[in-house]
Structure formats: structure tokens, C-alpha cells
Design a protein around this ligand. Structure first.
Ligand code: TYD
Ligand code: MG
Length: 448
């Protein structure tokens, strides 16, 4: 385990911010007398950026660590947003347990979890259910000054405040949850984090319009904004970095809510697929697309149903934009010669996802062809590519990563644009047959 040198870190921050021991107790705005510009090598001298971060281990820890940009940064302020009931309190309690455990053998400081929403018994109950027995201190309070004063005395490694909507500052007008309160409390927590080098996690509920409540201005104050999302009836939860001063916002943690809390998903790429179709059970109108979310690849199933004699004349699209679906339908009519004009067409993305990436175009076209021609697509086949109005296949970003995922999952065939040949070259894994096509006609010749 990487050792965490607290004295050094504190010194570093104090050196830069010139905070005296006396002023540490005040979280209100203050002036530093010794502030001066520091030379870059003065700041970085003898400082190991990798060791600076607090590591989080285990598969769950790795997921969280990745979203944070490679571990938790001491003295950072992280806002975790999401709809009520999505699992924010559960997530933060688990993260708190992990941080408290990381250093327990080295006599590391504890973690303080403050809730203004639930009673200590409720949190204790949840911790029990999650099997948490770490060095966590629970506190129920809504007065920020009181919270920070009590927390400071314990010198914890991290502080969790659940939630920003429940806390208030006595010196600020307005009730808890109001714009001024939310803003000033966040600013006070930021000053606290920077002066003490304690990492602070802040939970924020999201309003119906999808914004972090109350004001968006919160996002500008904090260092990191993580957003937790998931479908109402699905156990899967995505934790996404929307802003990160210490890493990329391309990262995504894929978690699953179980009886015993949140867990990492081992086969995240395949989580949106239904059970494997055996050869005797292959369906027509079903094609697999490979889409990307941040740096992660996901396989998704696209279903198409074309009906020639149907009283429903219109088309129905679930999870695919109508413009996109109609465009692909018209390209298939005009450039490939499929007589889809008279057909009612249904398109559906399994798992209730919405596909916005153009890399899924080819799979949509393949699903339509499969249903219209009543020809099942062979098992273990996937499609990657954007479709142009001329029926041509166009390149999409990170095609190598998408193909690699297919190969790792044991796929046998993958149809990609011809332009990808240069990029993929000889690097294509042996067991995966990569078919390069210029346009949709070539795809139909190769697959159907
Ligand atoms: P919670 O963390 O309270 O959500 P939030 O803080 O975002 O409002 O979790 C809400 C849901 O998670 C709740 O409906 C029950 C479910 N849950 C589980 O399924 N398993 C568990 O182990 C826990 C603790 C919660
Ligand atoms: Mg909660």
C-alpha cells in the first residue's frame, strides 16, 4: 500500500496558502499575509504526485478511483449529485468505509459522516446492512460551523456531508437549501478542505429539470462533480465525472445496487445484452452495436420489426431518434433498393437505453435488413460504423478499442467501414473476422 505522508501534504498546502495555526479555526473568508507567487519547481520539489493521492483498493475501490482520476486527492471537494433514492448516501457510506479502512493498519485518521437528513440510527442501520465496521464517526447536524468545528477536532482523512440542501450558515440569510445558503456553505466547505487538507464529499439532490439543486453555480466552486444516474427499475448505476480538476471527465464507474450495497460490475461491456441466443434460438431483426461512453465500451442490442401488411402504418422508435431512424430507412430504400416504403417499422433498443452515437447506425441498418429479409444475423456478429446519405460507411472514433472489446468477449465477426483497415491493419486478433465494407450493399453481400 502506498504510504500517505500527512505532514508533508499539510505543509505543502500551508506553504502555498500561508495559513497560520490560529486562522485554521475560522472557515470564513480571511486574508493571508505571507501569500507570494511560488516557482513551479519550488512547489513540486520532492513531491510525488502519485503518492499524494489516497488509493482505494478492491474492484469497487478501483471503479471509484478511476472516476476520481486515480485515487482520492487530499483536500479536494467533491460534489456527488443524483436523483433522490438513486443511492448517493449508500455510495458515500461505502466510500467512507473504504477510506477509513485504507489506512487502518497505519493508524490513519478516521472518516466523519455528517447527515442532516437521516438519524444516526438510520445510518448505523445501513452501515450494519452493508457490513461496515470501519473507523467512521457519525454526526447528525445541519449547522456548518458546528460540523466543521467538531470535524476539525477529530482530524479525519475525509468528511462526508449529506446533503448540501440541509446545511446552513448562521451568518447567511435564508433557509437551508436556498441559493445563498447552498453557495456559502459550499464555499465554507471548500475553504475547510483546502486549509485542513481533509477531503470533503458533498451530496446534492438534483431538481426535476436535471440540474444540481439549487444553483448550478455549485459546480464552479467545487473541484470534482460526480453524477450518479440509472434507470428506475434497473439495478445498474453509472457514476460519471462531469467536472474534475484532477483528472479526465471521460471516466465512468459502472456499479450495481445489490442487497448488500453497491458493487462493481465485472462484465460491464455486456451488461445491456439479454441472455445469449443459442443457435436454435436466433432471432431475425436483432443486431449488436458497439457504443462508447467515455472510455468504456458497451454492447447493445438493436431490434427491428418490419411488417408489410399491418394496420399500424406509422413507425415506432424506442431509444433511437426518429430523424436518425427515418434517415437510415430512406437510405436503405434509395441506395440498397429495399422496398420498405409500404412497411410499418418498429425499432427498439433493449434495456431502455437511448443511443445517440453515430457508431450504432450500421447496427440499426443491419437489424432492419435482418427483419425485412427474414434472415437472422449469425451469432457472435457485431456492427460498427456511421452511415452517410449515399449508403457509404464512415469511420467512427476509437474503432480499435471497440474491436478489441468484441475480440475479448469471443465475438466471431465484426463489420466495420473500409477506412478502418489502415488503422486496424495487422492488429486484428486471430479469432475475430473483421469484414471491411465501403457501403451498405457490400454489408448485405457479406452478411445476408
Ligand atoms: P440511498 O443511498 O438512500 O439513496 P439517496 O441517498 O440517493 O436518496 O439509497 C436508496 C435506495 O437504495 C433505497 O431505495 C434502497 C436501495 N438500497 C439497496 O437496494 N441495497 C442496499 O444495500 C442499500 C443500503 C440501499
Ligand atoms: Mg440520501
Amino acid at each position: 500500500m502506498i504510504e500517505y505522508n500527512e505532514t508533508k501534504l499539510t505543509d505543502r498546502h500551508r506553504g502555498g496558502l500561508a495559513v497560520s495555526e490560529d486562522s485554521v479555526a475560522s472557515w470564513l473568508p480571511q486574508r493571508s499575509q505571507e501569500l507570494r507567487p511560488l516557482k513551479l519547481d519550488e512547489v513540486n520539489r520532492g513531491f510525488d504526485h502519485e503518492k499524494w493521492r489516497i488509493p482505494l483498493s478492491g474492484s469497487f475501490g478501483n471503479e471509484i478511483s478511476t472516476v476520481l482520476g486515480g485515487g482520492l486527492v487530499p483536500g479536494s471537494l467533491t460534489l456527488v449529485g443524483g436523483d433522490p433514492g438513486i443511492g448517493k448516501s449508500t455510495l458515500l457510506l461505502q466510500i467512507a468505509a473504504m477510506i477509513a479502512k485504507e489506512g487502518s493498519d497505519g493508524g490513519a485518521p478516521p472518516v466523519v459522516y455528517v447527515s442532516g437528513e437521516e438519524s444516526l440510527q438510520q445510518i448505523g442501520n445501513r452501515a450494519d446492512r452493508l457490513g461496515i465496521q470501519s473507523n467512521i464517526y457519525l454526526y447528525s447536524s445541519t449547522d456548518i460551523e458546528d460540523i466543521l468545528m467538531k470535524t476539525h477536532r477529530l482530524s479525519p482523512r475525509a468528511l462526508v456531508v449529506d446533503s448540501i440542501q440541509t446545511v446552513y450558515l448562521k451568518t447567511v440569510v435564508g433557509s437551508a437549501g436556498g441559493i445563498m445558503q447552498v453557495k456559502e456553505c459550499t464555499a465554507a466547505l471548500m475553504r475547510f478542505a483546502k486549509t485542513t487538507n481533509i477531503s470533503v464529499f458533498l451530496i446534492g439532490h438534483v431538481t426535476k429539470s436535471g440540474e444540481l439543486a439549487g444553483p448550478r453555480v455549485l459546480e464552479h466552486i467545487v473541484d470534482v462533480v460526480l453524477y450518479m444516474e440509472g434507470e428506475k427499475y434497473s439495478p445498474y448505476r453509472m457514476l460519471r465525472a462531469v467536472k474534475n480538476r484532477f483528472g479526465s471527465t471521460d471516466e465512468l464507474a459502472v456499479l450495481e445496487m445489490s442487497q448488500s450495497g453497491l458493487q462493481a460490475v465485472s462484465n460491464a461491456s455486456e451488461m445491456f445484452l439479454t441472455q445469449q441466443h443459442t443457435d436454435s434460438n436466433v432471432l431475425t431483426g436483432l443486431a449488436i452495436a458497439v457504443i462508447m461512453d467515455g472510455t468504456r465500451t458497451f454492447l447493445i442490442e438493436i431490434q427491428a420489426l418490419c411488417l408489410s401488411q399491418c394496420s399500424v402504418s406509422s413507425s415506432v422508435f424506442n431509444g433511437i431518434q426518429a430523424n436518425k431512424a427515418n434517415m437510415i430507412k430512406c437510405v436503405l430504400i434509395k441506395q440498397v433498393g429495399l422496398h420498405l416504403q409500404e412497411n410499418a417499422m418498429f425499432l427498439n433498443i433493449v434495456s431502455g437505453l437511448t443511443m445517440s452515437e453515430t457508431a450504432g447506425d450500421l447496427a440499426i441498418a443491419a437489424a432492419i435488413c435482418s427483419s425485412f429479409l427474414e434472415f437472422p444475423i449469425p451469432e457472435g456478429t457485431a456492427f460498427i460504423g456511421e452511415i452517410g446519405l449515399g449508403g457509404e460507411l464512415r469511420m467512427v472514433p476509437r474503432i480499435d478499442k471497440r474491436v478489441n472489446t468484441l475480440s475479448k468477449l469471443g465475438y466471431r465477426m465484426c463489420v466495420v467501414p473500409k477506412q478502418a483497415e489502415k488503422l486496424l491493419g495487422n492488429e486484428v486478433p486471430e479469432k475475430l473476422k473483421v469484414v471491411y465494407c465501403n457501403d451498405l450493399k457490400e454489408v448485405i453481400d457479406a452478411v445476408f
